[in-house]
Design a protein. Structure first.
Length: 123
């Protein structure tokens, strides 16, 4: 589970690097944080993953992997790998849709290309 979370975070950082020159770092962080908040509402396994181990708010859409792993423990008896993959997959879709709405299909395609490895991991 750690590896899945870390791979997703690598994709988030890559997305941030691609988008920042076009809309600024502050706006990228807002979009990524908004998308995580939205995904948390439909995927309880992502609950409170926007808080650091020292209880500081992560305002950049980052998923604190240790909290994700702790959340997984609460879903014992459930297909947790599938739950996490579904949650992260939905989060990725929300983020890509936001890119498309804000910057157009060509930028979505460029970002999608950068995070294509995530799609394979989340299958």
């Amino acid at each position: 589970m750690d590896d899945l979370g870390h791979q997703f975070e690598i994709g988030r950082v890559r997305m941030e690097q691609v988008l920042a020159p076009f809309i600024g770092e502050k706006n990228v962080k807002k979009v990524l944080a908004w998308s995580l908040d939205r995904a948390q509402k439909t995927h309880p396994i992502l609950k409170n993953t926007h808080w650091s181990p020292s209880n500081d708010l992560l305002d950049n859409g980052e998923i604190e992997v240790t909290r994700l792993v702790k959340n997984v423990e609460a879903f014992a008896g459930h297909p947790v790998v599938q739950l996490v993959k579904l949650a992260l997959s939905d989060l990725l879709v929300i983020r890509l849709e936001a890119v498309e709405k804000g910057l157009g299909p060509s930028m979505k395609q460029a970002v999608d290309k950068e995070v294509a490895r995530l799609r394979d991991i989340l299958k």
